[in-house]
Design a protein. Sequence first.
Length: 91
Amino acid sequence: MAVIAKAHLIIGGRQHPNIFAAMHHVPFIPFEGNTHKMQGVVELLNYPMEVLSWEINPCAIQAAFKKADRLYKSLTEVEAPRVPNICLSRK
């Protein structure tokens, strides 16, 4: 998470790194994984980027980078849901 927190932009199709990016207000470009989870992350965050296929044409990937650049400030303001008052131990 420390590396992600200091990043300017995350690119990939793994769910947890993109969730960690959102928690640290680091924009990400989501690619689909082998499940529906990335689509769920994008929907949960109300994230204004579409999930990309790894087989998409290069022009569409370039368009996604341009969109991320254009929306950069608003992408850094996306709030990840928080679970308040969670207790992980019995005391």
